[in-house]
Design a protein around this ligand. Structure first.
Ligand code: S3P
Length: 184
């Protein structure tokens, strides 16, 4: 019935939830970071290093604009900073039903620990950085979102079940549109 866009902080599970949801809805899933890496033929960490964050943010806006031209219904996982730009929040609303996957700083840290591919968290005190950035971004996530799913203390099955229920209640997917999980 409409595209489903997953937003939220780094490590909140957007990509994984996106893939699992794509099995359940039999839709393709796109990931803005992956699309940007493909287009620029560079890893995100190298884009930040070589071209700077401002260039990356331009790429994000371009990427959402390009997705607006797609005809098929998709699930879109987005980079954690994408909803910060006001223009992007407007574009996301045009793209479809926006779901904010909410997670506490402590659980975010658990999930991103040891990850070297997230330049914004490559610092001495990542928990503090997560708290600062989340503090700056929370209001933007809330503003952009049609639905909020709190993922704290929930496993993937529970997050998916809540997501499917809320998407149905909000008319983002038709009742019965989803399929059983094949488990893989
Ligand atoms: C970023 C999040 C990353 C990626 C880039 C910047 C951010 O995506 O877009 O490193 O500003 O929060 P994930 O949220 O998929 O980690």
């Amino acid at each position: 019935m409409s595209n489903i866009i997953l937003i939220g902080f780094m490590g909140c599970g957007k990509s994984t939830v996106g893939i699992r949801l794509s099995y359940r809805l039999r839709r393709i899933v796109e990931d803005t970071d992956k699309l940007i890496e493909k287009k620029t033929e560079k890893k995100i960490s190298d884009i930040f290093k070589e071209d700077g964050e401002a260039f990356f943010r331009e790429q994000e806006t371009e990427c959402v604009k390009e997705l607006l031209f797609r005809k098929e219904e998709m699930i879109v996982a987005t980079g954690g900073g994408l909803p910060v730009r006001a223009e992007n929040r407007v574009l996301l609303k045009q793209l479809g039903c926006v779901v904010y996957l909410k997670l506490s700083p402590e659980q975010i840290l658990e999930r991103v620990k040891g990850d070297t591919e997230r330049p914004l968290l490559a610092c001495e005190n990542p928990l503090l950085r997560i708290k600062e950035l989340l503090g700056e971004r929370e209001a933007f996530y809330e503003e952009a979102a049609d639905l909020v799913i709190s993922a704290d203390g929930k496993n993937m099955e529970e997050v998916l079940a809540e997501l499917l229920r809320k998407l149905t209640e909000n008319g983002c997917i038709a009742g019965g549109e989803y399929h059983e999980d094949s488990g893989d």
